[in-house]
Design a protein around this ligand. Sequence first.
Ligand SMILES: Cc1ncc(COP(=O)(O)O)c(C=O)c1O
Length: 455
Amino acid sequence: MSIENDFSLIKDYDNNYCLQVFNLLPVAFTKGKGCYLYDTEGKKYLDMIGGIAVNCLGYGNPKLTSAISKQAKDIIHACNYYYIPQKSELAYRLCRASFADKVFFCNSGAEANEAAIKLARGFFYYKDINKYEIITANMSFHGRTMGTIAATGQEKFSRPFEPNVPGFVHVPYNDIDAMIDAVNPHTAAIMLELIQGESGVHPADKQYIQEIRKLCNEKGILLIIDEVQTGVGRTGKMFCYQNYGVTPDIMTLAKGLGGGVPIGAMLCTNEVATGFRPGDHGTTFGGNPLACAAGNAVLTVFEEQNIIDNVREVSDELFEKLNTLRSKYNCIRSVRGMGLLIGIEFDDSITAQGMREQLMTMGFLVSAIGKSTIRLAPPLILTKAQAGSFVRALDKILKNVSGPKNVFSKIKDAFPSKKQVKDNVSKIGSAKIDKLDTLAATETKPAETPDGEDD
Ligand SMILES: Cc1ncc(COP(=O)(O)O)c(C=O)c1O
């Protein structure tokens, strides 16, 4: 039984059986190669969003896929009662590449941030100091767990789920005076993204971050940098803090670290590591051999293929071309970001969703943030030629834009509105799904593999 290539069945199954928490676009991908994805109809797309900054080596990287398959054949999971060689190695490599002395592995960005929040509080608890408050920025994004929605400086993520976890204070981003005002004797940590990715790709000012580091030193406050999106080469350095001339006390990673295999990590100094004692924190899956083998393979490919050099070179050219486009079209308000994390903001004549859908029709994938910004976070192996083809597509679309209507009004016909999707869902009967059940019933079962056979 397979629904892999039947888009209408895939859609029906999702609508009927998956919790509807995502606004899905009408496409499903069945294969990827390099920076390209292929949908159920065989249409090719240049992936300029890379699984939201996750697929740093693109699709089908031979070193990564063979490390994963080898590890899957050996051991996928061995619990945290035992030493795990792939985990020890990855921890060593991350510490060697960063400010950190110790690593805790988990499975996602939110979990890494949960660990960071707990560690900051534990650090002061074990010193018998009454500091627990964490200051974060307005418009930040730190995850979807109860702790990380309280940390996130956007009410829309936490409002339906109140009461919030207490002990978080939010201040305007890039405003050092507001930060100084918010610090009080109970402040344990300041937690920041260096580029606010989810709210529109807004980089922090260098001076702001340097002054925050100074403030933390003066007041005995920990600096937590959330590099879930910016870490692992995304901004042209291994970690984004290296662009700012400061080091954090705690850093969190996820997204790119496993090249697509779920993994998160929280890194800290030896001093801060005293905030956790055995039993204070843990995870069943975190640090498993499969995810860590993927992480090790990603770092090996980074070293062998100078991935970060590629990020810098392609980024320079992409920014230059996008800025040229900006001087040609007034409707581009700004081009922001660093490395291969880029936000392009348009004026009111263009909606982000409309632009995303126009680009998709032309075979380019981006994400839409808010009303007016599209985000690019392509695989870090993107070539200059591929970046150029994206800019040409954007140019072609913008040429047709002469007002708020035109091409963008057509998109409404091609893509169903939220109401249409809702109506469709309620109309979907069981006919298609019955078809699948029939398929399953008529399919012959594969012969069972005898016990004990290795391959
Ligand atoms: C900066 C930042 N922190 C945390 C998260 C949450 O990561 P995850 O979705 O893996 O839990 C994200 C996800 O987009 C992020 O961009």
